[in-house]
Write a protein that binds this ligand. Structure first.
Ligand SMILES: *[C@@H]1O[C@H](CO)[C@@H](O)[C@H](O)[C@H]1NC(C)=O
Ligand SMILES: *[C@@H]1O[C@H](CO)[C@@H](O)[C@H](O)[C@H]1NC(C)=O
Ligand SMILES: *[C@@H]1O[C@H](CO)[C@@H](O)[C@H](O)[C@H]1NC(C)=O
Ligand SMILES: *[C@@H]1O[C@H](CO)[C@@H](O)[C@H](O)[C@H]1NC(C)=O
Ligand SMILES: *[C@@H]1O[C@H](CO)[C@@H](O)[C@H](O)[C@H]1NC(C)=O
Ligand SMILES: *[C@@H]1O[C@H](CO)[C@@H](O)[C@H](O)[C@H]1NC(C)=O
Ligand SMILES: *[C@@H]1O[C@H](CO)[C@@H](O)[C@H](O)[C@H]1NC(C)=O
Ligand SMILES: *[C@@H]1O[C@H](CO)[C@@H](O)[C@H](O)[C@H]1NC(C)=O
Ligand SMILES: *[C@@H]1O[C@H](CO)[C@@H](O)[C@H](O)[C@H]1NC(C)=O
Ligand SMILES: *[C@@H]1O[C@H](CO)[C@@H](O)[C@H](O)[C@H]1NC(C)=O
Ligand SMILES: *[C@@H]1O[C@H](CO)[C@@H](O)[C@H](O)[C@H]1NC(C)=O
Ligand SMILES: *[C@@H]1O[C@H](CO)[C@@H](O)[C@H](O)[C@H]1NC(C)=O
Length: 812
């Protein structure tokens, strides 16, 4: 360098630089307030790196003066902290200074303190410095920090700020909104942390929650799944050595100006300074939609922002106030439709234990308990241990969460979120209306969750609610008794025109009640003694049953020798009328057929298990499946059905009743019947629905039966050739093949190897279930020999729904 004593120009330059240096030092020293050096209104303090500025300001459209901190040199003044927010100064006579007790205070024109840091400071010589993180720090001559603005924040959470998360402290409402856009005094809203379970961010309105982020999973807040896609900043939960914890966030790019704040109108928002446009842009804001509003749909309901009716009850729950709910007033929420097994007094009827239903892509409910799961335990097991536990979830980074109170503030996300497993009575679990297994399906169809259908769904289950005590003749449920004359009028005196059909028991007529309701009247032939037995049987049985896939008995009529049963009228008559009529076959497209198969399966399942009475239909066949105006199937004709007691699994009869071709081998040959004989009949019926051919039509064919034929083609991997040609090209190949597979499992020789109806329902509806391989049926004609003593003797249900592994998959 040319700065030497011998060079006068050099000396001058040196002095110039020296003076400039001290001048600049002097200017930059203005980041500090010292005792005896007040800051008057109009003067400001600027942080060393010129990020922030401290001084007096007035909000927009206001003349009140406040001490605040804002970003230095940004054209749009963004105030991040206000001192005397509750006591403005009405003119420009205010002073900010450090008083004799070392505290920072704001004085008005009369020398009256309107705001003070209120710390007790032992040393007299305190200073306050504004740093480049927007923090005003008051320290004593001992260099100890006695107060800092970031510990006494207003409405803004800045990078580097620490928000305490201490369980002992409880909720920390660190930030309070302004009262209005021009009034910094504390408003109705606050923003902070609830440390319970795993910490989460909460926005409060007064004492009530308005929004919450969901629990911190170590990476993101679980209720804000799209935080995953954020590259602008990182959130962190730090643990201090003394045991206290705090949240901070840090911009990925240190030069970025980012801030969170709770706006005066209750919105939490995150802003970023946009250099190119010269203004603040909102990166995100919450509550972003109706579903983000806390518990928008009430308890036990799910909010889904992408649906037109955003609220729906969780599976197994129905609206608490249906009228309000249907009007769109969801605040009442939902209630459980079937008590949990663990909540009931278990009677001698062997009841299935409770299980779990999976809700995918959820914002998990508020207020979980965090459980420590030992190596010999599971989260599910811990939940089942306590009847108070009504749901659980296992989340990476959090662990096992269980809920023992109402499930509140639950939301369904189109993408992301967590799996919530809700505890339901067994009967709820085996009555899925639709596959809600995968995320995508849940989104597309989800009829379970439609408000309009919840009612219907609840009536579905009413059969399991107030059934009469089994075998108690005196407590038979009430069944309306119709007067004979009214039936005569309704059926136009049993005119030929009204006749719908005829069977061994008598004839069936169409009728119309005075109110206009159409009915079907089954009139027993007077001669039939057998018919009388079946008549009684049917009344006792069906009157107790209610399910959407069972035909509804409306009443009966007994007068002299006349005995009649009145049913709801099924305009589309029976399934065989469509299925085996070449002119109508095509009307049953694949969708309808699949719906019919599912409906029959559910109806049968209800009979077998969910009505509490174990009922074996014994005569399931296409002509006993009636179709309503929407082609929904209803199982009818309970004349041959039998009730089983709780522990009875099979029975023997000398009188084998049923229909050739639908009868299982053990029933046809040994008179043994059980739920598995119905499963067999269901299998045959299912294969008929797929093939569009009667099982009897194969009697003279190469394989002598439908089953033999199906097995043969299935075995040769030509199963698609089985599908009714009228729908073969338009059907869903996967569903059709799955149905055929399930059908093959149902018609296996061994009753023990056939699935139960609950397994069937699951297998039909879940694409992800791995199906076992069926054994080749040997009982393909009545003459075949049949040997399966083992299963017959034991008579246990070996295959239960628990054996079916349902693999949940996320939709893509
Ligand atoms: C201030 O007043 C003007 C005119 O009345 C209005 O347009 C503006 O929105 C106000 N600003 C705020 C922040 O209230
Ligand atoms: C305000 O009080 C301080 C001492 O507390 C005093 O030095 C100052 O003169 C007073 N100012 C006025 C205007 O009274
Ligand atoms: C200081 O104490 C006064 C009187 O107790 C109180 O009104 C004021 O809010 C306190 N200031 C702060 C910053 O806590
Ligand atoms: C107070 O602090 C200033 C600047 O740091 C220093 O010059 C002065 O000596 C201190 N006074 C006392 C009494 O400590
Ligand atoms: C732990 O240390 C921090 C920072 O020093 C302090 O703010 C906090 O109050 C301390 N917590 C406890 C429990 O001592
Ligand atoms: C920021 O400025 C751009 C361009 O001037 C404008 O389009 C945008 O609306 C502004 N955003 C806000 C939040 O004011
Ligand atoms: C995340 O979702 C919220 C609404 O829930 C939306 O406002 C925000 O823009 C989204 N952020 C990203 C990065 O997609
Ligand atoms: C909404 O329903 C609740 C009952 O769940 C009722 O108390 C409230 O008055 C209803 N609100 C309106 C606006 O009807
Ligand atoms: C459960 O059964 C016991 C004994 O039968 C009876 O004392 C009790 O009241 C019952 N509880 C309920 C809730 O029905
Ligand atoms: C079940 O949970 C409730 C509520 O938390 C608790 O009071 C009860 O002790 C628990 N019971 C068992 C058996 O753990
Ligand atoms: C049958 O039901 C009636 C009426 O509910 C009841 O009083 C009676 O005890 C029941 N009888 C049996 C054997 O359960
Ligand atoms: C109904 O028909 C029967 C015989 O078919 C007849 O005897 C009877 O009088 C008719 N009743 C009415 C009310 O028409």
């Amino acid at each position: 360098m040319g700065i030497t004593g011998r060079n006068p120009v050099g000396i001058f330059l040196f002095l110039f630089l020296f003076i400039s240096y001290f001048l600049s030092l002097f200017c930059q020293a203005a980041n500090t307030i010292t005792q005896g050096q007040p800051i008057r209104d109009g003067q400001t303090v600027i942080s060393e790196g010129q990020n922030f500025e401290l001084g007096f300001f007035s909000p927009a459209n206001s003349s009140s003066r406040y001490v605040g901190i804002w970003y230095y040199s940004l054209p749009e003044k963004a105030v991040i902290w206000v001192g005397n927010r509750e006591s403005p100064i009405s003119d420009q006579s205010g002073v900010l200074w450090i008083g004799e007790n070392g505290n920072l205070m704001v004085l008005d024109g009369n020398n009256k303190s309107v705001w003070s840091t209120n710390a007790s400071i032992p040393s007299q010589n305190a200073t306050a410095a504004l740093n480049d993180e927007g923090d005003l720090i008051l320290s004593g001559s001992d260099n100890k920090v006695y107060w800092q603005s970031s510990n006494d924040p207003t409405d803004t959470f800045l990078p580097g700020m620490r928000v305490q998360v201490n369980a002992e402290m409880g909720e920390n409402r660190a930030f309070t909104s302004w009262k209005s856009a021009n009034d910094p005094s504390p408003g109705r809203y606050s923003l902070g942390v609830d440390p319970r379970a795993s910490p989460q961010i909460v926005v409060w309105e007064g004492e009530d929650r308005r929004w919450r982020s969901g629990h911190w999973d170590g990476r993101i807040f679980s209720g804000v799944p799209n935080m995953t896609g954020n590259y602008l900043y990182g959130f962190g939960l730090s643990d201090l050595e003394n045991g206290s914890r705090y949240f901070t966030y840090t911009p990925s790019n240190a030069a970025d100006k980012l801030r969170f704040r709770i706006r005066w109108d209750g919105y939490e928002e995150q802003l970023r300074w946009q250099k190119d446009t010269g203004n603040w842009s909102v990166i995100q804001s919450q509550p972003a939609n109706q579903c983000e509003l806390y518990n928008k749909c009430g308890d036990f309901a799910v909010c889904s922002a992408s649906d037109s009716a955003i609220c729906s009850c969780m599976k197994g729950f129905v609206p608490k106030y249906t009228d309000q709910w249907n009007k769109g007033n969801w605040s009442g929420g939902c209630m459980r439709s079937t008590q949990l097994q663990c909540q009931r007094n278990v009677s001698n009827i062997a009841e299935e234990t409770d299980g779990f239903f999976d809700l995918m892509c959820m914002k998990l409910p508020d207020f979980p308990d965090l459980m420590v799961v030992d190596s010999d335990e599971t989260c599910e097991g811990m939940c089942l241990q306590n009847c108070s536990c009504i749901a659980y979830a296992e989340v990476n980074g959090i662990g096992c969460m269980i809920w023992k109170r109402d499930l509140v503030d639950v939301q369904h996300f189109a993408k992301g979120g967590n799996k919530l497993r809700i505890r339901l009575a067994h009967s709820e679990l085996v009555l899925p209306t639709v596959s809600s297994i995968s995320c995508c399906k849940y989104k597309q169809d989800k009829p379970i969750f439609e408000a309009s259908k919840s009612r219907e769904f609840s009536t579905d289950l009413s059969g399991s609610v107030d059934l009469a005590i089994e075998g108690n003749e005196t407590s038979r449920p009430e069944l309306p008794l119709f007067n004979f004359n009214s039936v005569v009028i309704a059926t136009n005196n049993f005119s030929e025109d009204n006749k719908l059909g005829e069977g061994g028991f008598g004839s069936v007529y169409k009728g119309r009640l005075p109110g206009g309701q159409e009915i079907a009247v089954k009139r027993l032939s007077r001669r039939s003694v057998q018919g009388l037995e079946e008549f009684k049987n049917e009344i006792i049985l069906i009157a107790k049953l209610q399910h959407r896939n069972l035909v509804r008995l409306l009443g009966c009529c007994i007068q002299g020798e006349e005995k009649m049963l009145l049913y709801e009228y099924m305009p589309n008559k029976s399934l065989d009328g469509f299925l085996f009529d070449s002119s109508k076959q095509a009307l049953l497209d694949w969708r309808k057929r699949f719906t019919i198969i599912e409906g029959i399966a559910r109806g049968l399942l209800y009979l077998h298990r969910d009505s509490r009475l174990r009922i074996i239909h014994r005569d399931l066949k296409a002509s006993n499946i009636l179709l309503d105006e929407d082609m929904n199937p209803k199982i009818s004709d309970f004349g041959m059905a039998r009730i089983f007691g709780g522990n009875q699994h099979e029975a023997n009869t000398n009188r084998v009743v049923g229909t050739y071709g639908y009868m299982s081998p053990e029933y046809a040959m040994e008179g043994l019947f059980s739920v598995k004989s119905d499963v067999y009949s269901f299998g045959v019926l299912l294969l008929e629905i797929i093939t569009g051919r009667r099982n009897t039509s194969f009697r003279l064919s190469e394989y002598s039966s439908l089953i033999g034929h199906v097995w043969h083609l299935w075995h040769e991997e030509k199963a698609m050739e089985l599908v009714d040609p009228s729908i073969r090209d338009t059907c869903s190949r996967d569903e059709a093949l799955r149905c055929i597979h399930v059908g093959m499992l149902c018609v296996q020789d061994s009753a023990a190897q056939r699935p139960t109806m609950s397994s069937v329902v699951i297998m039909l509806e879940s694409e992800a279930t791995a199906l076992p391989l069926p054994r080749q049926p040997t009982f393909t004609s009545m003459r075949s020999s049949f040997v399966d003593t083992e299963s017959c003797m034991e008579g246990h249900e070996i295959v239960s729904s628990n054996d079916v592994t349902v693999t949940m998959v996320f939709g893509r």
